[in-house]
Design a protein around this ligand. Structure first.
Ligand code: SF4
Ligand code: SF4
Length: 400
């Protein structure tokens, strides 16, 4: 064991640690005890297949439910939240952007994506937080591990346990002071840190989770507003029906029955976050660990449909969108075009109907069928002649 074994951080020492971590740029700093575990309902969710093809969630399930498998000897979880709400004034500027040459509404991006990749920017703060644990509490570098979003840790469950917020019926972590707009990071540590209290002491659910909807009352706005009916129950999202999954994680064909519900959402979906009344209390974040890229919201659809690999790399360098790759973004742009586009998109869509990628061709054909109706054959005559891919041919036939 290490020098930190047996030490308990509490009282003034704990508050000094919280102050130091807050000064690094984290808007929330909370502590939870590992004892008791968290969120065993993950297993039920996986057994129901609601993770779609995100196989890594299945592979890491045991670690997610048992942090001891990630860091032997772990005793505490430090929850760190960064508020990415830009404030109402900036929000309007982002959404209204500039006058458009086309009448088509600009595609909408998940708000978090309008930043330089938070995985990268927050890691600097986490590295500094680790140093603080060493200097202030005697931890060694092997006494802690930190993650931003991508580690085998159930951030939202631990955050609810620590009182940072509560799990809403929308399955998100909702803070009383930051609404739905927090990036979460965690540090697992062998230090024993006196835990914070959950927001309201209620019996845990049968699975050992903090209850979903603790402070939702009778509200069901998020469940009612979901464009693709992705909530089989309060607090449970079926990724297979969720626009965030379909436009970001799914690398193939988006099920046809979901495409209309995607509307103008080209990357992710904030609907079940935006409608939440708890956002009324959100203050603008300090953004010390973030780098906003609001200009992305002004990109018009006709420009997105004509992106080249070079332009894609230029525009999306350093953002989370780069991981979607050009193929995924063009696919999503075709879906948006099919939902809101008009004849002015004809050149771009007919070009994409002859793209090297069958995934793009399939969605371009779908878009043209939606826009052109009886004139589809005229628009796509040349592309149709050379088509051999079954999935694309199914789009020409409109077969489900
Ligand atoms: Fe529904 Fe959008 Fe929320 Fe997914 S992110 S559950 S599609 S509202
Ligand atoms: Fe809860 Fe209503 Fe917010 Fe949904 S919208 S998480 S039901 S408060």
């Amino acid at each position: 064991m290490t020098a930190s074994a047996g030490l308990r951080v509490e009282g003034q020492e704990r508050e000094a640690l919280r102050t130091r971590l807050t000064a690094l740029g984290f808007d929330e700093v909370r502590f939870a005890a590992v004892a008791g575990g968290v969120n065993a309902s993950l297993r039920d969710w996986l057994d129901a297949g609601r993770q779609a093809d995100m196989a890594w969630l299945e592979r890491t399930a045991d670690k997610r439910m048992n942090p001891e498998l990630v860091l032997p000897g772990v005793r505490s979880v430090i929850l760190l939240g960064v508020n990415y709400w830009p404030g109402a004034q900036i929000e309007n500027r982002v959404q209204l952007a500039e006058p458009q040459p086309s009448k088509i509404e600009n595609p909408r991006w998940a708000r978090y994506a309008l930043h330089a990749d938070y995985h990268d920017t927050m890691k600097h703060g986490l590295a500094a937080a680790g140093k603080a644990l060493e200097e202030m509490a005697g931890a060694t570098p092997t006494d802690y591990r930190y993650y931003v979003d991508t580690g085998p840790v159930l951030e939202r469950g631990w955050a609810a346990r620590s009182g940072l917020g509560f799990r809403g019926k929308n399955a998100m972590l909702i803070s009383k002071t930051h609404g739905n707009w927090l990036f979460l990071a965690v540090i697992l540590t062998r230090l024993e840190i006196a835990p914070d209290e959950p927001l309201r002491k209620k019996p845990l659910s049968a699975s050992g989770d903090e209850p979903a909807g603790l402070l939702c009352g009778k509200c069901t706005r998020c469940l009612d507003a979901c464009p693709t009916q992705a909530f089989p129950a309060p607090g449970v999202v079926d990724a297979r029906r969720c626009i965030s999954y379909q436009t970001i994680e799914n690398k193939g064909i988006i099920p046809r029955e979901l495409r209309a519900g995607i509307g103008v959402r080209i990357y992710g979906c904030d609907v079940c976050l935006e409608v939440c009344p708890w956002n009324r209390f959100a203050r603008a974040g300090r953004q010390l660990l973030l780098s906003a890229r609001p200009g992305l919201a002004a990109l018009p659809l006709f420009e997105l449909l004509q992106l080249t690999p070079t332009r894609f790399a230029e525009i999306f360098k350093g953002t989370p969108i780069k991981r979607l790759k050009l193929t995924g973004l063009l696919r999503n742009a075709c879906v948006v075009a099919g939902n809101v586009g008009g004849p002015e998109l004809r050149p771009a869509l007919t070009a994409l109907a002859a793209h090297d990628s069958a995934v793009i061709r399939a969605h371009a054909v779908w878009a043209v069928r939606r826009i052109a109706g009886d004139e589809t054959g005229e628009w796509l005559h040349a592309a149709r002649l050379g088509e051999t891919d079954e999935a694309v041919l199914a789009e020409y036939a409109g077969v489900t």
